[in-house]
Write a protein that binds this ligand. Sequence first.
Ligand code: ZN
Length: 494
Amino acid sequence: MRIAVASFGQETCSFTPLPTTLEHFRQFGIDEGEAVIEKRRGVGTIGGFLAAAEEEGIDLVPLPLIHGWAGAGGIITADVIDYFERELTTRLQKVLPIDGMFFSIHGAAASTKTDDAEGYLLAAVRRVIGPNVPLVASMDHHAFITRQKIAMLSALVGHRTQPHDPFDTGKRAAKILFALVRGEIRPAMVYQRIPMVTHQEQFLTSKGPMKEWFDLARELETLPGVISISNFPMQPWLDVEEGGWASVVVTDNDLPLARRLAAQLANKAWSLREALWKMDSIPPDQAVRRAVQAEKGLVVLSDTGDTIWGGAVGDSTCILSEMLRQRIPATALVPILDAEVVEAAMQAGLGSEITVKVGGKIDKVFTTPVEITGKVAGIGGGRFNAEVVGQNSFDLGRAVLLEVGNIKLLVTEFRGHSGNHPIVYQSFGIDPAQAKMVVVKTSSNWQYYRQWTSEVIRVDTPGPTMSHLERFQWKRIPRPIWPLDDLQQWHAEP
Ligand SMILES: [Zn+2]
């Protein structure tokens, strides 16, 4: 079975000031040819695809094209889309004929060229392979579903859980693709848009309303004739045409059934909207006080407004300032993006004391720099090899560790995964078990600190990924949409 394999992904935040360029993709590593699959055995969606082929005993001839990933960030510049379009299509042309294609996409990528960046690339792929070759995508469930994506794909599969399950998602998508190539199924796929957005505070699928919605998908998936069901609670900071939540149902040649189930899922999500809008986060002063007073560490402080995995910059000083103001008596691990301070600290040298203004230099809307005096306690950074959110390495650029009272401030040149993985602190000889609190730049992926975590506190911080969605200037998302508009009645009809 000759299967082309590619991946492209970035999670766009429309409200962040930092455009995503080809350089950001390079910081995570663009892979070409064999490296696309060789680096991903056992990891992520492509790892899942390879495992599925093995499990099913497929005589697989993988035809790896290109892999590009840039984490989450601002809107993607047009040249990036042109680059991937060119690479994908020229590489595809060289490997034709193919029996099918596995395309791992994120699904929430927007560019200055087109809102639906991935739909655009799927269309480019279709032009090369023609209308009849099976094309299946694995997707992040925070994606936005569009007419273009649905029209170009034979089938698509989204994550079942948050935190995500990319390996499993890849596996499920691959199994559908193989069945399609073997002529065993005839997918009928429909999507139902749901006119709502919510913040990320109820995004975990292990509890609450999100669990209820995903459990229903799993239940309906057991019905005869259903191939796959995917819920898409779109990530909240995506101001795009066709934005909003969606449900996607793939049946075996049964369009009415797919329509009926997609509507049922959409109506279920709509009925849960108030519960999904419940905010758990507390103001920064209270959050820091609670972390200080906690019986034991490690207290995870989620910086909801500055989550780099939602696309924010990672240079907010909001929680840092509060810790300085309260002169916290316990060890805190705090990450921040600031290339200038990295340079200044390196110039000053290990062991020296510096006074600098840190953070708030890129995001000038939601945060401001704060003056600190600290000791340069470590110089390091670079590329880290660790599986983080389905990817296998990330680059922080140069990084320094500053000791500012009890705060161990990790200052990095690139965003990478910021301090969201303990490996970066460990590289400076810090044991997270010895710290009282850690600031993470994510609003739902603190699993990498799980073994030490005593409590998670969501902090209501301002920023491009804040929970107060009503405070953003929405321009492109279709209106009316709940809760930005007074939309009380809505019902999906099959
Ligand atoms: Zn996601």
